[in-house]
Design a protein around this ligand. Structure first.
Ligand code: HEM
Length: 414
């Protein structure tokens, strides 16, 4: 079993799956296949993000996620992405967010926002989502090519966030811009861009601070800012913590769902027999939603840091080491998902995907994400709308957000 290759200092480790080009060129499948087969827990000694453990099998990732007292999410040790926090942020300001906290504070803060995502809230929100989705689809041209990412994926998810925050509608694309800056881990490699990123985050913090001040003395309303203001656990957050949690909700709710909506068009086009099945039978939509989220895996990884020496699948992990859980690989694990590279909208266990993570940090917005994708497919079906992808999309160049920048399409009625 391979654990680490002996490399010359400048040599690229073929099993270093953090390299951005694997994602832009869409060729991450092969190295992960090798990792799962040869070394599901692999020490990558050399990478641009420093040394890290690659955990690539479904079972091993579940194991790590189930032990949050050993495998910490805390920002104090490095946070939740392969880019270390001190590489990423200005060390003078701290932007803790609850996804990057351990118990008990994680539990307290998660509890504040989770009422926004209950089944009854989903029922309350669904009419608004349907109406916005219908308007967006009705505004699309049938007779000429357009960018699906911009006109559909960004428009719908940014609109959703604006509703969740009760954010000024005319300024909603600012949310997209902030989200793109906040979620790009490649920025750690470029000091000038790091400064620019920080500026953008301050702009975001300032904007939201104004909204906070306007609402602080008002009666509670169902938006996320008001929920934070009126909670014991979050009402006294520092500016840094407020910004951190905003980044979490904006990137959490935005890039991920956006890239699922793009992955939806891309994967159905790539597997036309699956698309034909869905077009013929819309009752397959709920399972297709899970399968598309599995197939796309919008967040390729999450990171943990070991708090004590431990053992994982026969490998010795030392306290302080970085552990990367590759969801993108777990969702291609053939021992769980046969013929895993294929989109199979009738796949019996599609819901077992790890795209939302697992355990105490499992995505709090999962129901809302599924609802938005379900409504998008339903409204497309009502219009008998087929999306033909005209050329290979431009992909996001990094190993955290697994998605699309631009995808030219042409609509067709079936
Ligand atoms: C398809 C869409 C989505 C995907 C793939 C996704 C994925 C994830 C993943 C992988 C995690 C971390 C899980 C872990 O560490 O075990 C997470 C956490 C989180 N997500 Fe999502 N997410 C999506 C949509 C959303 C939406 C729509 C929202 C809210 C508007 C949201 C808000 C959050 C928050 C607040 C957390 C932190 C939970 C915690 O630490 O307890 N996500 N998400």
């Amino acid at each position: 079993m391979a654990t680490a290759y002996k490399l010359e200092s400048n040599e690229v480790d073929p099993l270093d799956v953090s390299r951005a080009e694997l994602y832009t060129e869409h060729k991450w499948q092969e190295p992960f296949r090798r990792l799962r087969a040869e070394a599901p827990v692999y020490w990558c000694a050399n990478s641009e993000f420093g040394p890290y453990w690659s955990v690539s099998s479904y079972k091993a990732i579940q194991h790590v996620e189930a032990l949050p007292d050993i495998y910490s999410s805390s920002w104090e040790y490095g946070g939740i992405t392969i880019a270390d926090r001190d590489q990423f942020e200005d060390p003078k300001i701290e932007m803790p967010m609850f996804i990057a906290m351990d118990r008990p504070k994680h539990t307290e803060q998660r509890r504040v926002v989770s009422p926004a995502f209950t089944p009854s809230e989903m029922v309350r929100m669904s009419d608004e989502i349907r109406q916005r989705t219908a308007e967006t689809l009705d505004g699309l041209p049938w007779d000429q090519p357009f960018d699906w990412v911009d006109r559909v994926s960004i428009e719908l998810t940014t609109g959703m966030l604006a509703v969740l925050f009760d954010f000024p509608w005319a300024d909603r694309r600012k949310l997209t811009e902030w989200s793109d800056w906040a979620g790009d881990i490649e920025i750690v490699k470029d000091p000038a861009k790091r400064d620019q990123r920080l500026e953008k985050l301050y702009e975001m913090g300032g904007y939201f601070k104004k909204l906070w001040d306007e609402r602080v003395d008002k009666e509670p309303t169902p938006d996320l800012i008001s929920m934070m203001i009126h909670s014991e656990a979050m009402k006294d957050m520092s500016m840094g913590e407020f910004m951190g949690n905003l980044v979490l909700l904006i990137v959490g709710g935005n890039d991920t769902t956006r890239n699922t909506m793009s992955g939806l068009a891309y994967s159905l086009n790539k597997f036309p027999e699956q698309r034909a099945m869905l077009e013929a039978d819309p009752s397959l939509i709920p399972n297709a939603v899970s399968e598309i989220i599995r197939w796309q895996t919008p967040l390729a990884h999450m990171r943990r840091t070991a708090l004590s020496d431990t053992e994982l699948e026969g490998q010795t992990i030392k306290a302080g080491q970085k552990i990367i859980m590759w969801y993108i690989s777990a969702n291609r694990d053939e021992s769980i998902f046969p013929d895993a590279d294929k989109l199979d909208i009738k796949r019996e266990n599609a819901r077992r995907h790890l795209s939302f993570g697992y355990g105490i940090h499992r995505c709090v917005g999962a129901r809302l994400a599924e609802l938005q994708i379900t409504i998008l497919l339903e409204e497309m079906a009502k219009r008998r709308m087929r999306v033909n992808v005209l050329e290979e999309p431009v992909r996001v160049a990094q190993s955290f957000v697994n998605g699309y920048r631009k995808m030219m399409v042409q609509l067709e009625k079936y």
